[in-house]
Write a new protein. Structure first.
Length: 380
C-alpha cells in the first residue's frame, strides 16, 4: 500500500514533518455528514434558519469544519453568476473569550469588520459612520469613542455590501459568558437580529455549552437549526470500524516516518485516551510523532503513545462533560409524552379530559347560595 505524504518529507527536519502532519485533515464519516448538513442549510434559500448551531464535544474536530465549509462556499462562488467582484464567499472569525465578565460586543464587531476587509478587493465599503475609517496604509481603524451600536451598524452595512453566503463563528460558546440569563438571551437576540436584517445565516460552532442557549425563547428556537457533531462510540460496530479506519489513515498513510506505523493492535488504547474524538486523537499522534523524532526513532511505539497520552484524570473530566452534553440532546420518552400531552395528542390524557370535563361544570355567580350546602344545613 502506498503512503500518501510527500516522500521528500522523509529527508526534512522534524519541525517540517511535524508541521505537515498537523495540517493533515482526514476525511471521515461523521465529519463528512456534518459538513454536508451545514452546507445545505447555508445554501438552501427556503431555509428559515437564521442561526445554525453546530454542537459537539471538545476535541471532536469542529475546527476542521471551517476550512472545509469555506472551500465548498468558495467553489460555489466561482459558479455563481450573481457573485460580483465586491463580494466574499464567507466571513469566518472566532468569538474571543472575554477577559472579564461579559462578552465584548465591540471587540466582536471589530473582528468581523477586519474579517471583511479583503485587501485585493477594490470594492471598498462605506461604513456610514466616521468612527470606522482606514489609515494611510488602508488598514481599518476604529476610534475609541465608537459606540457599540455604531459598530453594529457598520458591521451590518459591511455584510450587506460583501454579501457572504454565511458568517461562521468559531468557539461560539464564549457568547454565553454573561452575568445573567437575561443578558444571555439579549446576546442571542442580537445575533438573530443581525442575521435577519442582513439575510445572511450565522453558523455558530462550539461545545455542548452552547446548549444553554438553545431554548432561551420560542422565537430563538424557531430560528435556530442544530447540527450535532458526535464522537465515535465503541458500542456501535459501525462507529468502531470507522474509528479504526481513521486511526489507520493517520498513522499509516499520513505520518511522515521511514518505517510504517500500524497502530490497529493498539486501537482500544487509542480509543480510551481519545474518547472517540478524532481531534484529540490527531493532537495526541502529533505529540507521539514529535516524541519519536526527538529520540531519533522512525516508528511510533506503545511507549511513545503512553508518554504523550492524556492522563486518566483528564479523560474522566472530558468524558463526563461529553456524556452530560449527549444526554441533553437525547429526546427521552417522558419528554415526548409531555409534548404530546401539551398538544392534547396523548390519548390517555384526552380520555380523562372527556370523563371529567372541567368546562362542563357550571359555576355559581359570587353571592349566589349553594343549594347543596343549604339543603345540608337545613337537614341538620
Amino acid at each position: 500500500m502506498s503512503r500518501l505524504f510527500p516522500q521528500d518529507l522523509l529527508k526534512a527536519d522534524k519541525v517540517e514533518r511535524s508541521q505537515y502532519f498537523q495540517g493533515v485533515i482526514v476525511n471521515h464519516g461523521k465529519l463528512s455528514e456534518v459538513i454536508q448538513k451545514v452546507y445545505k442549510l447555508i445554501i438552501n434559500p427556503s431555509s428559515q434558519s437564521s442561526i445554525i448551531t453546530v454542537i459537539g464535544p471538545t476535541g471532536v474536530g469542529k475546527s476542521t469544519l471551517i476550512p472545509r465549509i469555506e472551500k465548498l462556499l468558495i467553489e460555489r462562488s466561482l459558479e455563481d453568476k450573481n457573485f460580483h467582484s465586491g463580494r466574499i464567499p464567507v466571513v469566518s472569525l472566532e468569538a474571543a473569550s472575554p477577559s472579564s465578565g461579559n462578552f465584548d460586543w465591540k471587540d466582536y464587531y471589530y473582528r468581523a469588520l477586519v474579517a471583511m476587509e479583503e485587501p485585493l478587493i477594490d470594492y471598498k465599503i462605506d461604513y456610514s459612520t466616521q468612527e470606522v475609517y482606514r489609515d494611510a496604509n488602508g488598514k481599518i481603524k476604529v476610534r475609541s469613542t465608537a459606540s457599540t451600536n455604531k459598530l453594529r451598524h457598520a458591521q451590518e452595512n459591511a455584510l450587506q455590501h460583501r454579501q457572504p453566503y454565511a458568517v461562521i463563528l468559531d468557539e461560539a460558546q464564549h457568547i454565553q459568558k454573561m452575568s445573567s440569563g437575561r443578558r444571555l438571551q439579549d446576546n442571542m437576540d442580537c445575533l438573530k437580529s443581525i442575521a435577519n436584517i442582513t439575510k445572511i445565516p450565522h453558523v455558530l460552532i462550539g461545545t455542548y455549552e452552547l446548549l444553554m442557549m438553545r431554548n432561551l425563547s420560542g422565537q430563538l428556537s424557531r430560528r435556530n437549526q442544530e447540527v450535532h457533531f458526535p464522537r465515535y462510540k465503541v458500542n456501535s460496530e459501525s462507529d468502531k470500524e470507522k474509528f479504526r479506519t481513521v486511526l489507520q489513515s493517520l498513522a499509516f498513510y499520513y505520518m511522515p516516518m521511514t518505517e510504517e506505523n500500524n497502530l490497529d493492535s493498539e486501537w482500544e488504547y487509542c480509543y480510551e485516551r481519545s474518547l472517540g474524538c478524532v481531534g484529540i486523537l490527531k493532537d495526541w499522534l502529533t505529540r507521539a510523532l514529535n516524541a519519536a523524532l526527538d529520540e531519533g526513532s522512525e516508528k511510533i511505539t506503545k511507549h511513545h503513545l503512553e508518554d504523550t497520552a492524556l492522563t486518566v484524570a483528564q479523560c474522566q473530566k472530558i468524558i463526563t462533560e461529553i456524556i452530560e452534553g449527549e444526554q441533553l440532546l437525547e429526546e427521552s420518552a417522558s419528554e415526548i409524552n409531555r409534548l404530546r400531552a401539551l398538544l392534547e395528542l396523548n390519548k390517555e390524557t384526552a380520555k380523562k379530559s372527556r370523563k371529567n370535563p372541567a368546562s362542563n361544570k357550571k359555576g355559581r355567580r359570587i353571592g349566589t347560595p349553594d343549594p347543596v350546602r343549604r339543603k345540608s344545613h337545613f337537614d341538620e
